[in-house]
Design a protein around this ligand. Structure first.
Ligand SMILES: Nc1ncnc2c1ncn2[C@@H]1O[C@H](COP(=O)(O)OP(=O)(O)OP(=O)(O)O)[C@@H](O)[C@H]1O
Ligand SMILES: [Mg+2]
Length: 325
C-alpha cells in the first residue's frame, strides 16, 4: 500500500499488516515530520463485560423464629477480630457465617464496621442495621434481614458513627450497648458471628463485652505478628472485667507456600497455641473476586481452594468433621 506524506508529498510503500493496531501516527523518512496514518483496519470488538455467575434469588423473608434451630444448646457468639486491617476479618465472617448456614445452622451475622462490607459481600441492601436496632428506629424484624436460607444479617455501615457517639455519651454501661441489643434476639440462632472493624474503638470493646469466643485472623503475608501481640494485650485488659471472653481460634490467612517466613511464623504460633490454630486459609484470588458479585465463596467458586479452606473452618468450629462430605 502506498501512502503519501502530507508535508513533503514523499510516497512510502508500506505493508499495513505489519503495523500494530494501536499505532495511529507515522514519521516521514523524507522530511522527518509526523502525520496521521489513515489505514482501513478491521476493528477488533471489545471483550464482552464479565458475566456474573447466576445468583440465588434473595429468599422470601422469613422470621428466624419460624423455623427450629439445629441444636438446643446455648447460642454460640463468635467475634472475628484483630486490630490490624486487611487480614481477612470480613471475608472470614461472611464465609464462616454462610458455611454454617449451609451446614443447616441458623446464623445471625452482625457487622460492626462502618465500612458496611458484609452486606455488600452478600449482595443485599438492608434499609438499616445495628444502629437502627439500638436506637429503636427499626424493630428487630426490619433491622435484621434474611440474606440466604438460614442466614440473617444485621448490617453495619456509616450510621455506626452515630452509634459510637451514643456509646461515648453514656455515663456508664456504654460497653454493654451491643450486648443489651443482641442478647434478647439471639435465642433464635445457633450462631451469632460478629465482624469487627480494624483498630480499637468503642464498638470493638462492645463486641468483646458480648461474644464469648474470639476468632483472630492473622495474615501470614503481611507479617502481622506484632499486631497480633498488641491485640492479645488488649484482650487481656478486657478479660480482667469479663472472664467469659476467650481467644478460641487463631486463623492463619493469606497462606502462600512460596513465602518462607509465613511457614516459620505458622510453626511458631502452632507451638504456642496448639489446636487453637485452625488450618490456614490459602491465598486464593477467587476469595477477592466473589464480593464484586455479591456472592459467598461457596456460590462463586465452590470448587476453589478458598471454598475448601472455609469448609474446613466450618468443620473445626462446629466440631463436626463429616460436614459437607
Ligand atoms: N485468602 C485470601 N486470598 C486472597 N484474597 C483475600 C483472602 N482473604 C481476603 N482477601 C481479600 O483481601 C482484602 C482484605 O480482606 P478483608 O476485607 O476480609 O479484610 P479485613 O480484615 O476485613 O479488612 P478491614 O480491616 O479493612 O476490615 C479483600 O479484598 C479480600 O477480598
Ligand atoms: Mg473488614
Amino acid at each position: 500500500m502506498i501512502i503519501t506524506c502530507p508535508h513533503c508529498k514523499k510516497q512510502h510503500n508500506i505493508d499495513e499488516k505489519r503495523i500494530p493496531p494501536n499505532v495511529r501516527m507515522a514519521r516521514c523518512q523524507g522530511c522527518g515530520q509526523q502525520f496521521p496514518l489513515d489505514i482501513p483496519r478491521e476493528e477488533t470488538p471489545p471483550p464482552p463485560p464479565p458475566q456474573p455467575a447466576p445468583i440465588e434469588a434473595a429468599p422470601a423473608q422469613e422470621s428466624p423464629s419460624s423455623t427450629p434451630r439445629a441444636s438446643q444448646e446455648t447460642t454460640r457468639r463468635i467475634g472475628v477480630s484483630l486490630s490490624k486491617g486487611g487480614v481477612g476479618k470480613t471475608t472470614t465472617s461472611v464465609n464462616l457465617a454462610a458455611g454454617l448456614a449451609l451446614a443447616g445452622k441458623k446464623v445471625l451475622l452482625v457487622d460492626t464496621d462502618t465500612q458496611g462490607q458484609s452486606s455488600f459481600m452478600l449482595g443485599v441492601k438492608p434499609k438499616g442495621g445495628l444502629t437502627e436496632l439500638v436506637t429503636g428506629e427499626l424493630p428487630p424484624q426490619e433491622a435484621i434481614i434474611q440474606a440466604r436460607k438460614n442466614l440473617w444479617i444485621l448490617a453495619g455501615g456509616k450510621s455506626l458513627a452515630g452509634l459510637k457517639r451514643l456509646i461515648d455519651r453514656k455515663d456508664y454501661g456504654g460497653e454493654l450497648t451491643i450486648a443489651e441489643a443482641l442478647t434478647p434476639l439471639e435465642k433464635d440462632y445457633d450462631y451469632v458471628v460478629v465482624d469487627t472493624s480494624p483498630g480499637w474503638d468503642p464498638l470493638t470493646v462492645n463486641v468483646l463485652f458480648y461474644v464469648n469466643e474470639l476468632m483472630t485472623p492473622v495474615s501470614l503475608e503481611v507479617m502481622s505478628i506484632q499486631g497480633f501481640g498488641e491485640f492479645l494485650k488488649s484482650i487481656a485488659s478486657i478479660q480482667k472485667f469479663r472472664k467469659e471472653v476467650e481467644l478460641r481460634y487463631i486463623l492463619p490467612t493469606f497462606r502462600d507456600m512460596r513465602v518462607k517466613r509465613g511457614s516459620e511464623f505458622l510453626e511458631e504460633i502452632e507451638k504456642i497455641y496448639g489446636d487453637k490454630v485452625c488450618s490456614p486459609i490459602r491465598y486464593n484470588v477467587r476469595l477477592s473476586e466473589a464480593p464484586a458479585y455479591g456472592q459467598t465463596i461457596f456460590e462463586f467458586a465452590p470448587g476453589s481452594n478458598g471454598a475448601q479452606d472455609y469448609r474446613d473452618l466450618v468443620r473445626k468450629v462446629t466440631g463436626e468433621p463429616d460436614l459437607f462430605t
